[in-house]
Design a protein. Sequence first.
Length: 269
Amino acid sequence: MRRTTMAVSLLGAALVFTNSGAAARKQEVSLRRHHAPIIIHERHGRNVASDNWSGYAVTGVKGSVTDAKGSWIVPSVTCPSSGDEYSSFWVGIDGYSSNTVEQVGTDSDCVNGVPTYYAWYEFYPHFAYTIRSITVKPGDVISAEVTASGKGTFTVTITDGNERPFSVSTHVPNAAASSAEWIAEAPYSGGVLPLANFGTVLFGQDSTAVMETCNATIGGTSGPIGSPSFANDVAEITMVNGSGATKAAPSDLSSDGSSFSVAWVSSGP
């Protein structure tokens, strides 16, 4: 068994907000935890077991990924009587084979046993920030996008149904722009946090009716995860615990290559 841990650190990547990005950030609240790069537990070709991710990634050469679009339905969590558990759902660029992640998503968490839902964005290795202008509840249809343009400039955008979209742009000089991801995650704070029981989360246009999701643009070619153009570059990711037992597992991609689900199995550790 081969175990590879991507660096989880506040060092090694500069982050510079644009004026509009800095203004947006001041309106939000730091979560003091991370949606970190993938922690690989074991790899068998394009099938990957991870300590913290479940879903799909499409890889490219450095600098080739310019857009990732995603959509999902916010799942309801089943919480224990007390204690904290977490589940994050997002679309992003980087983190599969690099040490930055540019991402935006939602959480379905248990906070002292109480179901809690919210939207957030993160330019890892900096902390995630909540998006207070968006109200998230189970059953909401989320659409989100991350774009890369120019010399390390990234824009994240998220919309909850008919609410006004939230968007912020940031400069991440060390970003590789080498992968696109659609992920259910157990976030990180000093270690991988317990995974909340989210049941099943549905990603992609077949479930959300948000067209052209989940799509990526890599090397100037755009298409869904399962596009023939990406056939040799797709990784299917299953989340496992320290013993290798499954915590969350993705379904196969739909016949049009655009959609899938992730099913919760256990909280961990």
